[in-house]
Design a protein around this ligand. Structure first.
Ligand code: SAM
Ligand code: SF4
Ligand code: SF4
Length: 333
């Protein structure tokens, strides 16, 4: 097992397989900054499936337990099911998950499941159709996403839902979202709005904390009780309604969890990041371009992880000169 400079093992890897997306969520890829003329990465600069598979293989030797495929919108990457199969062939026990906006799940759920994906997280920030369209700048309806979720469940993929709540924007969706997923018995997790990416002026006043969301839920559903703590490296804490339904909270702003952060990230163009808030990555793609083999990549990844001392969320209040973190759709959340 390889540990970083603060004794944290490398357990999780998030791979952004594309920087493109069919949504323009206001807090991630605002339409003003990502118009039709936006220059996304050309194919030549994106990691191939073979290169991604080598990176995963090298991390398995260092103790990797979980891989999450993300983006941009990962289901826009051509032939994505082949990548899932290639990773699955490395290790039958590896936990392989995907985070998606759910628009293409109806089309791909069966193939994803057959390729060896273990589970899916679907992001959904509103149930009310007009608000959803406004938040994501698309014509897609929440019903379409819900039908994608049903397709995933029918294909045997367990589903969780991720929601970002922003003050004075979609706070009124907390109860409709909990009600909807409670009735479907699908866990929902509320992620605090983070100061990630440079496209919007994030402001602490826009953050609705996990505790504030719990207060709204308690008002409607009665008391909630804290669940037993999860495994080391789990980012979400779970609370249960009286009937046992679990609701998760990822309180990265109000209650940071850097001390047990076991995540590495790979951007679509092959940079390895050791923190979501890093402004600079470690260029693995160039190593491949210089004909690096499996062993070379393994040594590079190990050296990068061993040097890691990131704990941005724990020290954000003390930083006076924050370098601009990399964009969320690029690093994958
Ligand atoms: N397109 C896919 C999706 O939306 O699920 C995967 C990529 S997206 C960058 C991954 C996750 O990051 C989503 O759940 C999204 O809500 C979350 N996210 C993006 N920007 C965020 C921010 N500023 N604060 C908190 N979560 C954010
Ligand atoms: Fe696309 Fe996901 Fe970002 Fe929304 S959060 S713009 S769906 S990458
Ligand atoms: Fe991990 Fe960086 Fe987030 Fe802390 S701020 S939990 S080190 S990704």
């Amino acid at each position: 097992m390889t540990e970083d400079g603060l004794g944290r093992p490398l357990q999780d890897l998030r791979i952004s397989v594309t920087d493109r997306c069919n949504f323009r969520c206001d807090y991630c890829m605002p339409i003003e900054n990502y118009g039709h003329d936006h220059n996304f990465l050309p194919k030549s600069e994106i990691l191939s499936f073979e290169e991604i598979t080598i990176i995963v293989e090298s991390m398995l030797k260092l103790g990797l337990k979980k891989v999450r495929i993300t983006g941009g919108e990962p289901l826009l990457r051509k032939d994505i099911c082949s990548l899932i199969s290639m990773i699955r062939n490395l290790d039958s026990e590896l936990d392989i998950a995907m985070t998606t906006n759910g628009t293409l799940l109806g089309k791909y759920a069966n193939n994803l499941s057959q390729a060896g994906l273990n589970r899916v997280t679907v992001s959904l920030d509103a149930i009310e159709a007009d608000l959803f369209r406004k938040l994501s700048s698309t014509d897609i309806t929440p019903e379409h996403i819900l039908s994608g979720i049903s397709a995933a469940i029918n294909a045997g993929l367990p589903v969780k839902v991720n929601t970002v709540i922003i003050k004075n924007y979609n706070e009124d969706q907390i109860i409709p979202l909990v009600r909807t997923f409670h009735s479907m018995n699908i866990p929902i997790r509320f992620i605090e709005y983070m100061d990630v990416g440079g496209t919007k002026n994030w402001n602490y006043d826009q953050v609705v904390t996990g505790q504030e969301i719990r207060d709204v839920i308690i008002e409607h559903f009665g008391n909630v009780s804290a669940n037993e703590s999860g495994y080391y490296g789990e980012v979400s804490n779970y609370w249960r309604l009286k009937d046992g339904y679990a609701i998760g909270f990822i309180e990265s702003v109000s209650s940071p969890f850097c001390s047990s952060c076991t995540r590495a990230r790979i951007s679509a163009n092959g940079n390895m990041y050791t923190c979501l808030f890093a402004s600079k990555g470690n260029d693995l793609k160039s190593l491949f371009d210089l004909s690096a083999d499996k062993e070379d990549i393994g040594l590079a990844v190990k050296a990068i992880w061993e040097k890691r001392t990131d704990r941005y969320s724990e020290i954000r209040g003390k930083l006076t000169n924050n370098p601009m973190p990399v964009e969320m759709h690029f690093i994958g959340g």
